[in-house]
Design a protein around this ligand. Sequence first.
Ligand code: MG
Length: 202
Amino acid sequence: MKIFGIGRNYAAHIAELNNERPDEPVIFTMPETALLLKNRPFYYPSFTNDIHYEVEIVLKISKVGKNIDVKFAGNYYDEIAVGIDLTARDLQQKAKEKGLPWAIAKGFNDAAPLSGFVPKKDYDLQNLNFTLTVDGETRQQGNTGLMLFNFDYIISYLSKFFMLKKGDLIFTGTPQGVGPVKIGNRLEAFLEDKKMLHVDIK
Ligand code: MG
């Protein structure tokens, strides 16, 4: 199983980190050991002092495909979830300054808390609201209508380089409002009004 992440997919988030707006999706990958499932707690690791939350909509690929045309991309996923792309911002910043890959900043153990999946047919994918709260306070509010690259485009683009297989996951990028997590915080993620996920930081 492969896990992809999309960077810089919401203009307001690009602006808050002073990044450049990309011409094509910014892709990174995470190992399977990055997944944190079933509302398990997250234990703050010693190699970073600046882990940020990034709430994202996650797609699950439903069948094998490569070189998928945008107009057929919707046939390759049936379910969506909410995930949190925990990012060691200090390690990522060092890597960015040197033009080096983000692997350790994004793909460390438990860096990708993930909710259960729900059928995409129950939602308007072009106008999907999702939210992250920290200790009950809203910190991120996203709407998929604001993505630079929509779900179908992302799937088509990824499939040019990587054969997609059933069960592969795509974290589709975070909106503005990212910030640090602290030991003792509870993160909660919502799809529309439905609570999908919580993570206690220990
Ligand atoms: Mg992200």
